[in-house]
Design a binder for this molecule. Structure first.
Ligand SMILES: [Zn+2]
Length: 219
């Protein structure tokens, strides 16, 4: 196994999850420089006033290396990042005393899942579920493709664009639950809000959201 690891390192040298520079010492997934200099949200981790959500949290701001890293995770197949991000999210969950009894995620459509091969928010939810010892359930499905939220200019358009896009196929797994809803990035919060609306409509007692990163200005 050690020989295989050494060969793999030679072929694919381990790189920092965020700045993507080669890691010289050890196999920590994040280099020391990034650990010190990442755009942590700190006291700004919590966002309130997103309709239907109790609160929304993110450990990092969506900018620079965090942005580049999340793009590799989402589009270049670097699925191993999920475990690294989950570590940051877990710290945020602990620091903010977030409590829940079930984990769900904001799903991609079946079409997107086929073309991409994985659902990035599901990977994050599964990593968190293992670490927190909680069930991770498919509480939502995305029933059609909509326009990309980030291409829409204002909040009203974003709300309209996600309306009715998600369904809850098995209300019995949602009823009476305190749900942690996981996504990769939160911008305006319109998608998370719509997902939380559906979960509440189907009997969720509370819905708290967490993402890896959030936009600084909520756009
Ligand atoms: Zn780095």
């Amino acid at each position: 196994m050690k020989l295989l690891d050494a060969l793999l390192d030679l072929l694919y040298p381990p790189r920092c999850t965020f700045c993507h520079r080669m890691l010289r010492n050890g196999h920590a997934p994040v280099c020391e420089k990034c650990l010190l200099a990442l755009p942590y949200t700190g006291p700004l981790a919590r966002r309130e006033k997103i309709a239907h959500l109790d609160a929304c949290y993110a450990p990092l701001f969506y900018e620079k290396d965090v942005r580049e890293s999340l793009l590799r995770f989402k589009f270049d197949g670097l699925t191993g990042y999920a475990g690294v991000y989950a570590g940051f999210m877990l710290k945020c969950i602990d620091e903010n005393g977030i409590s829940c009894d079930s984990i769900a995620w904001v799903p991609v459509s079946r079409k997107k899942l086929r073309s991409r091969g994985y659902d990035q928010a599901q990977l994050l939810a599964q990593e968190l579920a293992v670490r927190m010892g909680l069930p991770c359930r498919k509480m939502l499905v995305k029933n059609r493709e909509n326009r990309q939220q980030s291409l829409l200019a204002n909040a009203a358009e974003r709300r309209a664009n996600v309306k009715g896009v998600y369904d809850c196929p098995s209300p019995e797994i949602v009823q009476g639950k305190h749900i942690l809803l996981v996504d990769d990035i939160v911008t305006s919060g319109a998608t998370l809000s719509e997902c939380a609306r559906i979960l509440r409509q189907n009997g969720a007692l509370s819905v708290t959201a967490i993402a890896v990163a959030c936009a600084k200005d909520g756009k």
